[in-house]
Ligand binder design. Sequence first.
Ligand SMILES: NC(=O)c1ccc[n+]([C@@H]2O[C@H](COP(=O)([O-])OP(=O)(O)OC[C@H]3O[C@@H](n4cnc5c(N)ncnc54)[C@H](OP(=O)(O)O)[C@@H]3O)[C@@H](O)[C@H]2O)c1
Length: 327
Amino acid sequence: MKAVVYDRYGPPGVLRIEQVPRPTPGDGEVLVRVRATTVNRLDCHTREANRSNGLVISGVSRLVSGVRRPRQPILGSEFAGEVEAAGPAVTRFRAGDRVFGNTGLAFGCHAEFTCVPETARVAPMPASVGLEEAAAATDGALNALWCLRLAGPLQGRRVLVYGASGAIGTAAVQVAKVFGAEVTAVCGPKGVEAVTAIGADRVIDYTTEDFTSDREGYFSVFDAVGKESFAHCRGVIEPGGTYLATDGPRNLLLGFWTSRFGDRKVKFKLPPRYTQQDVVLIKELMEAGSYRPVIDRVYPIEDVTEAARYVETQQKIGNVVLTVGDR
Ligand SMILES: NC(=O)c1ccc[n+]([C@@H]2O[C@H](COP(=O)([O-])OP(=O)(O)OC[C@H]3O[C@@H](n4cnc5c(N)ncnc54)[C@H](OP(=O)(O)O)[C@@H]3O)[C@@H](O)[C@H]2O)c1
């Protein structure tokens, strides 16, 4: 099968298209013919062994992905396609089913075929949703569900999403609305249109307005892009409220500290736990019209290097999709 492979950590140029053996599903696995996948920040961070995040994080990244070289030569964590074959013990899916999901750190989706355990993060594709949208549906939404749930019930609460134009941000705005929150979204000028279209109650362009001078406080401030800090946002968080983060070792320490001291809590928990039920929930939200992934660009898989370079600009609005094979 055709796949995008890499055998050393580095910039997007280490990626190349190759013919590799098609994987064989184990007893409880399905073989998925991938029709669409994405390039996301997890792919890019893993490909460069997190070098841009410093030596310590890079060391941890190599422990997870392979110390000298990547153990898994095929990146890509999101997929949409059809079940090509099912292992003998599989009961939930059969050949021909349209499915979507997320392989997480197992990766393997930048290829014509990938194997997924039937109990993993795979679900039937939402009705009347295209392959490109389904492929882009999970990364941001799983992250957003994981982080926003840490805040507790959000019904009727004011929530601010910072970095609302990214993959996690665009999903977080919609997930927070589903949880019943009143959502203020903060993004740069080029994200305003997209973020307004997905239902934010209020959109703040950070180049013209400083949300930290807002008089009304927020129950939760969610930094969906890893560019803010608890110290900077603390003044707009209500007593008893939370600061939610997507990354940053300092947020782990602050989480520990504020769980004991202070009336505003930092909530950040590793490793994230995403379940098949979460993917089923994402399917249901899409079918109900409450969630749709924002797609910025679509590339054929042959242009994966260009797609990765674009994702690394950190300027994408929502998600970047790769199409695989003829459709
Ligand atoms: N997605 C993943 O798989 C993954 C995995 C692990 C960790 N994370 C972490 O999760 C965070 C977000 O990931 P993501 O994939 O959602 O990001 P993303 O889609 O790459 O975010 C891109 C968006 O962020 C906005 N942005 C860039 N700099 C900003 C700033 N200083 N302030 C506000 N907005 C800014 C950009 O628009 P403007 O420049 O116009 O504002 C752009 O729309 C990151 O911290 C990442 O390391 C992501």
